[in-house]
Unconditional design. Structure first.
Lengths: 338, 332
């Protein structure tokens, strides 16, 4: 009797599988339901209001910065005006891009810092995993919902900034400018997703939400502030530039060493990438000697060349995101449910 | 018992954490429609056993099967037919009770159309209709427990596993809750495994109990069976209170062959012996015009069974540890 009913259920499943697409399969394994629930949780939660406020203030400040600094920037160089909306800051207000680089991580952290440990402390994890779903779908669903929200927020904020500039200046963006802004948005999404996966990673390792929040903020401070200090220090130790002779011999090596250490920080990686993609005048992200510049014609890099320049950065950010997610994934799959 | 009737089968199930063996070669069979109580002190390995039944922890040795499906290799199928109420069951505090149930329904791949009527029906059944649209964060322990039952029933399980379900319930809530559990087994024919260290409550609803200490099942059977097993293997203890209680009676009692010890607890005598004294003592009392005001053979209720087994086991485990670690002692 029982055997028979199991048999018919199996046949029904097979029919379903052949008829329906991947969405239905996702629903059966619970990924769809988990994603929906996470999304609803985020959007209905009070925390989301804080995130919205944060993004709104960032956008407003960015627009204000561009409005105040635009005149001077245009006098210096009147090409790619649309992009200057993003990169120009006023005398006291930083640009939209640097605002995002600082505030963006918080959005990721807030969306992820209690992803797993709140399930634990609420006592919902055991109940959740006793349902017929794959365990990895729990963490994938959380990451997916966070990523989609980040994508929506980032895109909305960037478009808003562009629209504000569009309204005030009346300038139409060119196709190349739009393409550059598009790559910028992708970079920003990747960057914030990195922080989301870092936050989720800490939420898997730490039992308390407060601990994981503090740990991820600490990591953010380290990357944003201390890595550049350490880079200078280590470069000075390895390639000292105290005396004139040392300066002559080690200057380039010292600079490169500093650069490479800095690039371990996703913060630096991101800022370098977006400033290169949004500023076609930047021709290289590495040190260029005077001899290399001899005979070079001053001009702007085409979009594809700029993209080539930041390709490794994009790749690096993506790998860091994957790495953090992979660690949390493996740890979560092997963890005891208690 | 035929193969088909065995809903839960554990065979040689073992789980180690480092040097500690949390579950040690556990064998158990639970019949369809039976309520089985897994009793033991905290840290006895009850939760580990349950997690292995759900495929959430992998056994080091042996296997667990539910309805003929291997719990480790085919955990998905097992989880489709098994409802699990964890100890300290929790719900998403920002979602209402109804929303929490709806989420569970979706996770189980239920049709959107059938979810809502089913939720209404189950809320009615567990008596949570009134509070269904409150946030789950405001629920009391008893309400969470009842919502937990509704949550389990969303998937219409054949087997229900509950971990310490009666912990922290008030007496009235407890009564209702136990009634509900019994109903699930009797009316719906579901198989239920309840783990607990609260003996009295479990005694009321279980068909059979297993006593579980330090990862080993040291006794298993119906409550009367356990009582007789205890009496047979251990010793008899007779509680006696008579009017009057004098030296002549004491003299007689100590004169009976097989009496090992007589001690006084208040107005009561406890006579320990290695055989049943009831007939002998009763006829003596009758012939000599003593009025028995209390006359009871100890060993009938679960608490005594439990504590006696537990003490016994501890002694033996201690002795065993010093000699040599092994197993097979459980098969009495």
């Amino acid at each position: 009797m029982t055997q028979q009913s199991v048999g018919t259920a199996g046949v029904k499943n097979n029919v379903n599988e052949s008829v329906s697409g991947s969405w239905k399969r996702a629903r059966r394994n619970g990924l769809g339901a988990l994603y929906r629930k996470e999304m609803a949780d985020h959007i209905k939660g009070r925390r989301f209001l804080i995130i919205l406020l944060l993004v709104a203030v960032t956008t407003a400040a960015g627009i204000y910065g561009a409005a105040t600094g635009m005149k001077d920037a245009l006098e210096a160089d009147s090409h790619f005006v649309f992009l200057k909306l993003y990169t120009t800051g006023g005398s006291s207000v930083p640009s939209y891009v640097s605002f995002m680089a600082l505030i963006g991580p918080f959005v990721g952290l807030m969306l992820g810092f209690d992803a797993i440990n709140s399930e634990r402390s609420n006592g919902t994890l055991g109940r959740l995993l006793a349902q017929p779903i794959y365990r990895d779908n729990v963490i994938i669903g959380k990451f997916l919902a966070g990523t989609v929200l980040i994508a929506i927020l980032t895109t909305a904020s960037s478009i808003l900034t562009g629209a504000a500039g569009f309204l005030t200046t009346g300038l139409l963006p060119s196709g190349e400018e739009l393409a550059r802004v598009f790559v910028y948005i992708i970079c920003t999404i990747l960057y914030i997703c990195f922080w989301l996966s870092v936050a989720i990673m800490f939420s898997v390792f730490c039992r308390h939400a407060a601990t994981s929040a503090l740990a991820s903020i600490a990591l953010w401070v380290i990357f944003a502030v201390f890595v550049s200090l350490l880079a200078g220090f280590f470069a000075g130790v390895i390639y000292p530039v105290e005396t004139d002779y040392q300066k002559a011999v080690n200057a380039l090596a010292n600079y490169n060493c500093q650069l490479y250490i800095n690039r371990m920080s996703p913060y630096y990686l991101y800022t370098e990438a977006v400033s290169s993609i949004l500023n076609p005048a930047i021709r290289s992200v590495n040190a260029v000697t005077v001899s290399q510049l001899v005979g070079a014609i001053s001009g702007y890099l085409p979009f594809t060349q700029s993209l080539m320049l930041v390709w490794p950065h994009l790749f690096g950010l993506a790998s860091l995101t994957m790495l953090a997610f992979l660690i949390s994934y493996v740890k979560f799959m092997r963890q005891e449910i208690r | 018992m035929t193969e088909k009737d065995e809903m839960i089968v554990l065979s040689g199930l073992t789980r180690r954490y480092g040097n500690k063996t949390a579950v040690d070669h556990l064998n158990l069979k639970v019949k369809k429609g039976e309520v089985f109580g897994l009793l033991g002190p905290n840290g006895a390995g009850k939760t580990t056993t349950i997690l292995m039944l759900l495929g959430l922890t992998e056994p080091d040795e042996g296997y667990a099967m539910i309805d003929g499906i291997n719990c480790t290799r085919n955990a998905m199928e097992v989880k489709k037919i098994t409802g699990y109420l964890p100890d300290n069951v929790g719900f998403y505090p920002d979602m209402t009770g109804r929303e929490n149930l709806r989420f569970t329904g979706r996770l189980n791949g239920l049709n959107e159309k059938e979810i809502d009527p089913k939720i209404d029906e189950l809320l009615e059944r567990v008596g949570m209709t009134q509070a269904a649209d409150q946030k789950a964060g405001t629920y009391s322990r008893g309400m969470k427990q009842r919502l937990g039952i509704a949550d389990i029933l969303m998937k219409d399980p054949r087997v229900i596993i509950m971990d310490e379900p009666t912990l922290g319930l008030d007496p009235e809530g407890m009564k209702e809750f136990l009634h509900l559990i019994r109903q699930l087994a009797e009316e719906d024919g579901r198989t239920i495994l309840v783990s607990s260290h609260q003996l009295y409550q479990i005694q009321q609803i279980c068909d059979r109990v297993g006593i579980f200490v330090q990862g080993r099942m040291i006794a298993c059977g119906t409550i009367p069976e356990l009582g007789t097993a205890l009496v047979r293997e251990n010793h008899y203890a007779l509680e006696l209170e008579t009017q009057p209680l004098d030296d002549r009676l004491l003299g007689f009692l100590s004169g009976i062959g097989g009496v090992k010890n007589i001690r006084r607890e208040g107005a009561r005598l406890i006579i320990e012996s290695d055989k049943d004294l009831r007939e002998q003592v009763m006829s003596y009392l009758y012939e000599n015009h003593y009025v028995p005001t209390h006359f009871r053979q100890k060993g009938g209720d679960l608490d005594e069974i439990y504590s006696s087994y537990f003490e016994h086991e501890e002694e033996e485990a201690h002795r065993h540890d010093t000699a040599k670690r092994g197993h097979g002692r459980r098969e009495k």
